[in-house]
Ligand binder design. Structure first.
Ligand SMILES: NC(=O)c1ccc[n+]([C@@H]2O[C@H](COP(=O)([O-])OP(=O)(O)OC[C@H]3O[C@@H](n4cnc5c(N)ncnc54)[C@H](OP(=O)(O)O)[C@@H]3O)[C@@H](O)[C@H]2O)c1
Length: 305
């Protein structure tokens, strides 16, 4: 196992004995195109997962709707019996249609079935952390999380879930949901160019809750920025490494789960935890979000919206 500090230091989920390295791995890229069906290279997918754990990663993000089932089955094949100290975080609140559609629902039936599917496909008796994912594709639609939380709280009492998290939620949804049961983490869309959650991250940090950005590298449209490229050249790293190093330095409650289907990108991403960015560089990088906002505004004006 690698030196813990090489993976960004550690974080303990509040009210739990679960401590993980801040640099983790997101498994979504291990499914086929559109996160549907098997990957083109299943052997490489298994090798990526094994290499992540051999490199010290002990936090892997997944969902049974990736594939569906495919990604969880790859994780099980690659890692079972799971090493001590590994935390698998999954999410519920959606399923896939026959044509790869994302069907979002918090019905009791779907949530119970999803937890059972995760347990079966991962080969676990209890899931470490289950995130209840709010509706909306990349930004929360604001609908109530309370009924879904009540179902997850029951499953937690039955011993099928150890800890509960939330995903794709606004601060208001989070505050209402946590009244039902303790929440240990929030997983939302955030990166160098999309900083909608800045105040929310600080609110969660003040309470010791984890914030886990999805699409840390831009997701389906990887981050592109002249400033990012210039900084990367200046510090002798790749732009993706700088984007990850910036996130680690953004807040101590930030846990990273960059996704990749290749061992070479995995190595590159994990090495980002060793990059220390100076205050001057951080300030330059803070300008990327402002530039992205200006571009959006220009696009809106140009399209007449
Ligand atoms: N809660 C939610 O709603 C939600 C939504 C989306 C994702 N997630 C979770 O968040 C995790 C991370 O998100 P993500 O994988 O969608 O997006 P991401 O980490 O922002 O980016 C992944 C993309 O970047 C590429 N990439 C990775 N490392 C790279 C590198 N060093 N250089 C160049 N390209 C690189 C990957 O391609 P290669 O495969 O070629 O490396 C892939 O196309 C997922 O795995 C999933 O677990 C959650």
């Amino acid at each position: 196992m690698a030196n813990l500090n090489e993976l960004g230091g550690v974080f303990t989920f509040p009210g739990t004995g679960t401590t993980i390295n801040r640099m983790g791995y997101g498994a979504m890229q291990l499914a086929g195109p559109q996160v549907f069906g098997p990957p083109q290279d299943r052997d490489e997918a298994i090798a990526v997962v094994r290499q992540a754990v051999e490199s010290g990663v002990n936090h892997i993000d997944t969902a049974d709707f990736y594939g569906p089932h495919v990604v969880n089955q790859i994780l099980r094949e690659a890692l079972y019996p799971y090493p001590a100290g590994l935390t698998l975080v999954t999410k519920v609140g959606a399923k896939r249609g026959p044509n790869a559609e994302w069907i979002q629902s918090h019905s009791r039936e779907l949530l119970v079935k999803s937890v059972e599917d995760n347990l079966r496909n991962l080969g676990m008796d209890a899931l470490d952390v289950v995130n209840l994912r709010g509706s909306g594709l990349m930004t929360p639609d604001g609908s109530s999380m309370v009924e879904g939380m009540e179902v997850l709280a029951e499953l937690q009492q039955q011993g099928k879930i150890r800890h509960i998290g939330l995903s794709n939620v606004s601060p208001e949804q989070f505050r209402a949901a946590r009244k039902v049961a303790p929440v240990v983490c929030v997983q939302n869309f955030y990166n160098l160019a999309n900083r909608t959650d800045d105040a929310f991250i600080d609110e969660l940090a003040a309470e010791g809750l984890a914030y886990v950005p999805f699409f840390p590298l831009g997701g389906f449209s990887p981050l592109q920025s002249g400033t990012l490229n210039n900084v990367a050249a200046e510090v002798g790293a790749t732009p993706m490494q700088v984007a990850l190093a910036w996130l680690l330095q953004r807040s101590p409650n930030m846990l990273l789960i960059p996704g990749t289907s290749t061992r070479s990108h995995l190595r590159e991403n994990l090495a980002a935890a060793n990059i220390q960015l100076s205050q001057e560089v951080l300030e330059k990088l803070n300008g990327v979000a402002k530039d992205a906002k200006r571009t959006e505004l220009h696009e809106e004006i140009a399209s007449g919206n």
